[in-house]
Design a protein around this ligand. Structure first.
Ligand code: 5GP
Ligand code: ZN
Length: 114
């Protein structure tokens, strides 16, 4: 999508610190980290929010979770843990309307979130 900042990162029109990439998924560092580890996992195809997924995307979402686990294991987070979260829509404070999962780790995380 033309004006989508994450699509521009996928197309390498905007720089990002990429951690992992394959045909379907891109993982890069959040520009404003809220914890020592703060990654964004996105599908390469433009999907605005969780509500825009359909059954044909179940493999993609499963794959994103597998990539999250693989990256987290490689970063040594298996014992300490992490949070994998997707903000969806206004009430969750979604700012970028290209589906993304935050992988946040590296310090104790409060619950419930604000
Ligand atoms: P949301 O509130 O939509 O769930 O989170 C969007 C996230 O994208 C925020 O944590 C924000 O810091 C991050 N972000 C926004 N623009 C950019 C960018 O250009 N590059 C990177 N790496 N992260 C971005
Ligand atoms: Zn996009």
């Amino acid at each position: 999508m033309q004006d989508c900042i994450f699509c521009k990162i996928v197309k390498k029109e905007i720089a990002a610190e990429v951690i992992f990439e394959d045909e379907q998924v891109l993982v890069f560092k959040d520009i404003k980290p809220v914890a020592p580890t703060h990654l964004l996992l996105i599908p390469k195809k433009h999907v605005p929010t969780l509500f825009d997924l359909d059954e044909s995307d179940s493999g993609l979402i499963g794959h994103i979770h597998q990539v999250a686990i693989k990256v987290a294991q490689e970063m040594g987070l298996s014992n300490s843990g992490l949070r994998l979260v997707s903000n969806c829509g206004r009430d969750a404070g979604q700012m970028v309307y290209h589906l993304h999962y935050h992988l946040i780790a590296g310090r104790p995380l409060q619950w419930p979130p604000g």
